[in-house]
Design a protein around this ligand. Structure first.
Ligand code: ADP
Ligand code: MG
Length: 728
């Protein structure tokens, strides 16, 4: 019931601060000591491993070299001792199947000994390989149930950590997940493969510029947006529990129009929650950096310091998990859905991406005078070319039923993929296009605020642009169309593959130029002019929310896939499949599986949402409306019996009856659509959902939301937006 739920919520809000904190005491330890204290990190490795084993592990991490079985045995034993000393009783191979969430199967370290006791054991074999039954994970047609074998393979480049819960501790070992035939069934395997291929091509270019670097790493810093609401509300919303978003709910009188939430002071309960999340994540080695309120009421953001893309992806999954897990301790529910509430902003996940060599040089760092930094210009041009050539693939990588509510909705980037470069770089590339090279760099200069006591601030050469799906932000690109609920693995893989292909192209062109006897400068010049000319249409620094951009983008021939269903087909374009195969990231079969799983997930999501709407309308909303109908009808009859007249009460009853009827008609129409049989292609089914089911869902919601605003509060069975968004 709406009102008991809000009473409970209000009670828990007012009492949480006075109940003895369940919070782990901040303790005597400094944050610097806490950081990574639950990870088998480099320091622990150095202290606990024999020198040669330590070295071979570090070589594996830094250079991707493989680890010998005898080394793995020693490692496993040290890892187990460390974990057991920290209270671990079990270990788990932790992996990322195509469901998009993580999976784990726990095994005990204990094995019984002959004298009836038990010893803790863990061999190299157990560290290196696990064998979960693979048949219940989506494989996109790669495997049938009778070929159920799947293996998890230890990823030595991502440090193991200890999962502490109230009742025990488990050693978590990040792994890749593959089938018996060696095909990738997960998100990590292609990510690792794509990072290797990116490295190879990037190093080819670095060599031409005289660098000694032997390895380049994709780096990544994902910013996560999320909503927090009181848990009492959550439990009273079947749609939040089962679909992650509200399927009904009238617009509240106050939404985000006052713009009073963004960067506002963080409510106490929320801050306490954030601090615990940060502390716990820091202990397992996730380097969180910023926290703040976001635009919508009840919306927040957390961001880490960037790391190599593989570790960052693991850490991102751990961050989402930790947010979800800790929220209930504070009486909160954490909503990671892209659009939990209609009418206020949805949530995204900005994927900051760059490349760095093993000496720590960021290859997308333009320096103070980018026009002179031709190595930077080559890497930057390669990204521009990649985004232009693989627009469709990038669009595919962020497609989902949830993200459809967000993209192009004047709060998130449009569905058109383009690059914001900023004035400074755009100017340089324009000079390059005209003259073959650039002579100057526009500078931002110094900003005088006009108050003597305030410092003079250096001004950035360009402003920010929040409307771009892919923006250059100083020394990295920010892929902003990524959605809050998705794993960042696929967007990372897709960027790596697209940019690998582009770096390969650039390296080949440069090498050809040099072979023909050109100086490096001249070869670069020729390459840049060509790349800029052919790809500049992807650069757009203006307002991505505007209608003009839609028209302009069409003129430029850029793709504009408004819905995910439009975008899925992009995955199987020949040049995309060819790139995945050529660089050994995914075979056609493996890649096709990703496409299939994506479409299936879309279909399942809409199906669940639609079924839920029917259920909620029939069993929650209409019964409340009938009850009010009865009350109102009784009132009309009583007035009449008393010999009085009230035209308005009568009219209110008529309006209500009309709305109730309309609502019922729309429920039945939606149910009718869901009852239709479907066979054949998943994409065809997806089009049916998009073209028929979603409009029917929207129509039903409209009728139900109209009822919400006239049915009395104490009868309405669901917590309202007004309550959920504002009672914290
Ligand atoms: P902004 O406010 O411009 O988005 P921040 O400096 O707060 O920028 O960075 C946002 C995210 O980008 C952080 O997670 C940060 O660690 C990450 N980031 C910074 N430099 C890089 C880089 N070279 N590669 C990948 N991510 C980076
Ligand atoms: Mg940002």
């Amino acid at each position: 019931m709406g009102s008991p739920a809000s009473k409970d919520a209000i009670r828990s809000i007012t009492t949480w601060a006075t109940t003895p904190a369940q919070v782990r005491p901040a303790g005597q330890r400094k944050a610097t000591e806490e950081f990574g204290s639950l990870t088998f990190n480099e320091e622990v490795q150095r202290a606990r491993l024999p020198k040669d084993v330590y070295r071979s592990l570090r070589r594996a991490v830094a250079h991707g070299e493989s680890i010998e079985p005898n080394v793995a045995d020693i490692l496993a034993s040290a890892l187990k001792d460390w974990a057991v000393e920290h209270g671990a009783t079990h270990y788990t191979h932790w992996f990322q199947p195509l469901t998009g969430i993580t999976a784990e199967k726990h095994d005990s370290f204990l094995s019984p000994s002959a004298d009836g006791r038990a010893v803790a054991e863990f061999s190299g074999k157990e560290l290196v390989r696990g064998e979960p039954d693979a048949s219940s994970f989506p494989s996109g047609g790669m495997r049938s149930t009778f070929e159920a074998r799947g293996y998890t393979a230890w990823d030595p480049t991502s440090p193991p950590w200890l999962l502490e819960t109230g009742s025990g501790t488990t050693l978590v070992i990040p792994t890749a997940f593959v089938s018996w035939t060696g095909e990738a069934l997960d998100k990590k395997t292609p990510l690792l493969r794509s990072m290797e291929s990116l490295s190879k091509q990037a190093v080819r270019i670095l060599k031409l510029f005289g660098s000694k670097a032997a390895r380049v790493t994709a780096t990544c810093g994902p910013e996560q947006e999320y909503f927090l609401i009181d848990r009492q509300f959550y439990f009273n919303r079947p749609d939040l529990i089962n679909a992650g978003r509200t399927l009904f709910g009238a617009r509240p009188p106050k939404g985000q129009e006052m713009e009073d939430h963004y960067f506002g002071s963080i409510p106490d309960r929320v801050l306490a929650f954030m601090m615990e999340v940060e502390r716990e994540l820091n202990r397992v080695g996730v380097p969180l950096k910023t926290r703040h309120n976001e635009v919508a009421p009840g919306q927040f953001e957390v961001a880490p310091i960037f790391e190599n893309a593989n570790v960052a992806t693991d850490h991102q999954m751990m961050t989402m998990e930790m947010l979800r897990r800790i929220a209930p301790k504070y009486g909160l529910a954490c909503l990671m859905h892209e659009k939990p509430f209609a009418g206020v902003n949805g949530s995204g996940k900005h994927l900051n991406w760059s490349m760095s060599d093993e000496l720590g040089n960021n290859l997308l760092n333009p320096g103070d005078t980018p026009h002179e930094n031709i190595q930077f210009l080559v890497f930057c041009a390669a990204v521009i070319r990649a985004v232009n050539k693989f627009q469709g693939l990038l669009r595919f990588s962020i497609a989902s039923a949830g993200n459809d509510h967000r993209l192009g909705a004047n709060e998130a980037p449009p569905a058109i993929i383009s690059i914001f470069l900023g004035d400074q770089l755009t100017d340089i590339f324009q000079q390059v296009e005209k003259a073959g090279s650039a002579k100057t760099t526009k500078s931002g200069g110094i900003m005088d605020i006009g108050v003597a006591v305030l410092p003079k601030l250096p001004r950035d050469a360009g402003d920010r642009n929040r409307t771009s799906p892919f923006a250059f932000t100083g020394n990295k690109f920010e892929f902003r169309a990524v959605s809050s609920n998705q794993s960042i693995a696929l967007p990372n893989v897709v960027l790596n593959v697209a940019i690998t292909e582009s770096l390969d192209y650039c390296a080949t062109e440069l090498e050809k130029g040099l072979k023909e006897g050109k100086k490096l400068q001249a070869a670069v010049k020729q390459l840049l002019v060509k790349v800029v000319r052919e790809n500049k249409r992807i650069i757009f620094n203006g307002n991505g929310y505007s209608d003009e951009w839609q028209k302009e983008a069409a003129k430029r021939g850029l793709l504009n896939h408004r819905t995910s269903v439009d975008a899925y087909g992009e995955a199987m374009k020949p040049e995309v499949v060819a790139a995945f195969e050529k660089y050994g990231v995914l075979s056609e079969r493996e890649w096709h599986a990703r496409y299939e799983v994506a479409v299936e997930q879309y279909n399942k999501t809409i199906n669940v949402e639609a079924q839920l709407m029917v259920l909620m309308a029939n069993r929650y909303i209409l019964p409340a409306a009938y009850q009010f109908q009865g009350t109102l009808a009784g009132s009309v009859a009583a007035v009449k019996a008393a010999g009085a007249t009230s035209k308005e009460t009568r009219r209110a009853l008529d309006t209500l009856c009309e709305l109730v009827d309309e609502c019922k008609v729309r429920v039945d129409r939606l149910q009718g659509l869901l009852d239709q049989q479907h066979d054949g292609a998943a994409e065809k089914h997806a089009r049916f959902f998009r073209d028929k089911v979603i409009p029917a869902m929207e129509a039903l919601r409209e009728a139900a939301d109209s009822l919400e605003v006239i049915v009395p509060h104490d009868v309405w069975p669901l917590p309202t937006y007004r309550e959920m968004l504002f009672i914290k």
